[in-house]
Design a binder for this molecule. Structure first.
Ligand code: G4P
Length: 530
């Protein structure tokens, strides 16, 4: 194996998803702690409780306590190089989650053991399932009162439609949490409560399941229950089938308590055993082998003004083959141009370290002078192929956005177009109209809040937002139609997007039917074709 293929085969890239508060941030911090990436997991600088997770860096995220955008973290563990892609927990940002999943080879789903499957778990899981990637489940907070583990697995299977396979099994919960039984090794990792805040690795006491001392250690009742559980799991449970895991049909499940560091390391080790190295990616020239030495990557996220100290724009790319080296010359397929990849950064909270080299599977952020769009491909080889595109979700909420101070027109136009290029919002104007009045469409209403906040903070522009009653959008496929002559219901509106495509906005499905029934030949599409 060459040094390059060895590096790629030791890479793992996963996205982490959860309902807010299930413990995604805590688990991420503990991964980093085990990887030795940071000394004290998570404690970067004070917010209310001196806790501010390394992966939350946008001001609005800190204030609202929600994750608005995804960030990327990298750490090393057991000879592997692991990239974690954080995702926003709120469903209003599920489009960002989808794009992030495009850059990941698998997903980790965190579930609160006392709550089970929650609203956002359901919604984010749906987005995950669209990608058909392996999903690893971590059932967290076992140090608190928890639902029955059988019930939890059943809930996941019923509500999310994925089979589960418990890799380990909890013994008790809350104050009576005794540890987990590792099924393959047939041993019990005993729970030793780490001190609150737990900044050190968990101490581990491991006892074989048939060791006579176990009964005394966990108590007669728990011992008896464990024997029954072991028998039941071995007898009736699903068979472990790694192929089904890789197809996203069977989710390996581990139990633990991220806060007390318990079960994090075993989870990480199981994850490394069962997850795949970077997989081939589909392009218009067929699948691209991650072991190919020619560099290729695609842009899955664009983010401006991530840090008030660096007011610049970054394009985040997933490397799909070859090696990235700082300042390398590449070919930007969509822009049809040779460019130099400059100021490449890896993200580590506020501190952005310059990357010298990165490999297939890694995520890099490069300085974007405004040339990249989401989905763009970058290559170094002779073949100028393009990776499969990233679909745009159809917006479901619309508002008319006006600039409060007409003197600030330039900042307003700059801000709103930059934010639209990041893919957080979609903007439309009246046919042939300018930027005086803009209609903004979003997938989730919270995006409007983010828009107003960012325009004010990053561009010093205040806006007036008037909600509009539209709920559906359709692209007019026919290029030769004059929409002004169409027979449309009175509450249908026609607009155009930044690329000059014509679109129709409808308040209800009745309006859509009206348009297609009364205008023969009119072709409407739910997604933009370009
Ligand atoms: P999120 O990113 O999924 O939104 O969740 P986050 O990690 O921020 O965790 C949400 C809350 O749950 C935090 O408490 C965190 O300390 C707690 N938590 C996470 N994992 C565990 C666990 O294994 N056991 C227990 N008992 N609690 C856990 P908080 O009160 O919101 O924050 P803090 O003030 O304690 O920091």
């Amino acid at each position: 194996m060459s040094a390059f293929t060895d590096k790629v085969s030791k890479r793992r890239t996963f996205a982490i998803i959860s309902h807010p508060d299930a413990g995604k941030t805590t688990l991420t911090e503990k991964f980093l702690l085990y990887g030795g990436a940071i000394q004290e997991a998570g404690m970067v600088k004070g917010k209310q409780h001196m806790r501010h997770a390394v992966s939350d860096w946008m001001e609005i995220e800190k204030q609202r306590g929600i994750s608005v955008t995804s960030s990327v973290l990298q750490f090393n563990y057991g000879g592997y190089c692991i990239n974690i892609l954080d995702t926003p927990g709120h469903q209003d940002f599920s489009e960002d989650t989808y794009r992030t999943l495009m850059a990941a080879d698998s997903a980790v789903m965190v579930i609160d053991a006392s709550k089970g499957v929650e609203d956002q778990t359901r919604k984010l899981f749906k987005v995950c399932a669209m990608r058909h990637i392996p999903i690893f489940t971590f059932i967290n907070k076992m140090d608190r009162e928890a639902k029955d583990p059988y019930e939890l697995l059943e809930e996941i299977e019923q509500e999310l439609g994925v089979e589960t396979y418990p890799i380990n099994w909890p013994i008790g919960c809350g104050k009576e949490f005794k540890g987990v039984y590792e099924r393959e090794k047939r041993e019990v990792i005993r729970f030793v409560a780490a001190s609150k805040g737990a900044r050190n690795k968990a101490e581990e006491i491991i006892t074989a399941v048939d060791d006579p001392s176990l009964k005394e250690a966990i108590g007669d009742d728990y011992y008896a229950t464990l024997q029954d559980d072991v028998e039941l799991l071995d007898g009736a449970g699903a068979v472990f089938d790694l192929d089904r895991v890789h197809e996203g049909k069977l989710s390996p499940v581990c139990f633990g308590s991220a806060l007390t560091n318990f079960g994090v390391e075993p989870f990480l080790e199981h994850f490394l055993d069962f997850s795949t190295p970077p997989m081939p990616r589909m392009s218009d020239e067929g699948p691209i082998d991650p072991m190919s030495e020619d560099f290729s990557a695609f842009v899955f996220k664009i983010q401006a003004n991530m840090n008030s100290r660096h007011r610049d724009r970054m394009a985040f790319m997933r490397i799909c083959s070859g090696t990235f080296t700082k300042g390398m010359d590449v070919y930007h397929v969509q822009g049809k141009k040779k460019i130099k990849l400059n100021q490449s950064k890896s993200l580590m909270a506020d501190e952005r370290e310059e990357i010298q080299e990165a490999y297939s599977g890694d995520i890099i952020g490069v300085f974007d002078p405004g040339i990249f769009s989401i989905g763009d491909t970058i290559v170094t080889g002779k073949k100028h192929f393009a990776f499969e595109g990233i679909p745009t979700f159809a917006p479901e909420h619309f508002a008319r956005i006006r600039n409060r101070d007409t003197m600030k027109r330039k900042q307003f136009v700059k801000g709103i177009t930059q934010i639209a290029q990041e893919g957080a919002i979609q903007i439309f104007t009246e046919l042939g109209g300018g930027f005086e009045e803009i209609i903004v469409g979003v997938v989730g209403v919270l995006q409007f809040e983010v828009l107003a906040y960012r325009l004010k903070n990053e561009y010093n522009v205040e806006i007036v937002n008037t909600p509009l009653p539209y709920q559906f959008i359709r692209w007019v496929v026919n290029k030769d139609i004059d929409v002004k002559t169409l027979n449309l219901s009175s509450d249908t509106k026609y607009v155009e997007d930044l690329k000059g495509n014509t679109l129709l906005l409808f308040s209800n499905t009745w309006g859509i039917n009206w348009a297609t029934e009364r205008n023969s030949g009119l072709e409407l599409a739910e997604f933009s074709k370009n």
